[in-house]
Design a protein around this ligand. Structure first.
Ligand SMILES: [Zn+2]
Length: 317
């Protein structure tokens, strides 16, 4: 099972989700599709969720998953299970009660902060990170209570350590590479990786060129980050995600029209390049070619994020 813990369609109701068929060469699996980030409020996210869910129900080969049993059944049939994620607390509109409703609509992962500080804590592009706020602590507790996985990607380092300290369930980095391999502010330190591993969580090594190296979205670069991550936290705590933008042209437009959202580390190597699903589905073969065992490949391609889901999605007793 190939489990892509974070991918992005264009955030408009008319985005064509049949693009998710580009993963099918891998056989069955799961894609967590983004449905909102810092610029979005509750109404926009609710509208996107309605539209995306309706499309997934309509498109053959895609299916909504509400449980790990659903994921297993969908993937075993060779289809793609779809769940959703959020980057930033803005789509909650300040209302912790919104978490339960989002879970009911398939949102299973939430990063509290997108690059810059908000009511929950500090962002990874901020000069100073004040740490998780009181409201941010309440947010992590509500995520734990409702079965949504707290995500440290885009979050400031100090805030990610705080998230790991207060969370009673696994914390993940859904799409973050290793700073020891390539020094980028979106990448994480070995200590951050160890902190999520200590919660039972997983680091999702991702396929964005500027996070892998000097804008090099290759399988070789991805394997370098995976090898390093496995050396730091062990094979049970490493996974993968493409962070592929199916609307990559739109994202490049956002980079040029909303420079306040990003910094020079996003633009220094020219237009951002992503690893397309057609390349990503070859990752298992690339790892086998490097001598990885079948067990290790299965853990990193999906088994580890599946375990986090098993330990997180059910509401506690
Ligand atoms: Zn992201």
């Amino acid at each position: 099972m190939l489990w892509d813990q974070h991918a992005c369609a264009e955030l408009v109701e008319t985005a064509d989700l049949s693009e998710l068929h580009r993963y099918r060469a891998a056989g069955g699996g799961l894609v967590s599709l983004n449905v909102g980030y810092a610029p979005h409020g509750p109404e926009v996210t609710a509208s996107l969720l309605r539209a995306f869910r309706a499309q997934v129900e309509r498109i053959e080969g895609l299916a909504l998953a509400a449980s790990v049993d659903d994921v297993d059944r969908i993937a075993a049939a060779g289809d793609t299970a779809v769940v959703f994620d959020l980057e930033d607390a803005a789509p909650l509109g300040g209302d912790l009660d919104a978490v339960a409703g989002l879970v009911a609509h398939g949102v299973r992962t939430l990063g509290p902060v997108y690059n810059h500080a908000n009511a929950a804590g500090g962002g990874c592009l901020d000069a100073v990170d004040p740490g998780l706020t009181r409201w941010g602590r309440d947010l992590v507790a509500e995520l734990n209570r409702r079965g949504m996985v707290p995500d440290g990607s885009h979050v400031g380092a100090r805030t990610t350590f705080d998230m790991c300290t207060v969370s009673t369930r696994p914390v993940v980095f859904s799409h973050s590479n290793m700073r020891a391999v390539w020094d980028h502010p979106r990448n994480i330190t070995d200590d951050q990786a160890r902190a999520v591993a200590d919660t039972g969580g997983v680091v999702g090594v991702t396929g964005v060129g500027i996070f892998l190296g000097p804008n090099t979205p290759t399988l070789e670069a991805m394997v370098r980050h995976l090898d390093h991550a496995v050396g730091v936290v062990g094979i049970e705590h490493v996974g993968v995600s493409t962070d592929f933008s199916f609307d990559w042209a739109t994202f490049r437009d956002v980079l040029s029209t909303s420079p306040e959202l990003y910094d020079a580390s996003y633009t220094a190597w020219g237009p951002v390049e992503w690893m397309p699903p057609e390349t990503f589905v070859g990752l298992g073969a690339a790892l086998a070619g490097r001598g990885w065992t079948d067990d290790h490949i299965a853990a990193v391609l999906g088994g580890n994020f599946r375990r986090v889901a098993l330990e997180s999605w059910e509401a506690p007793e």
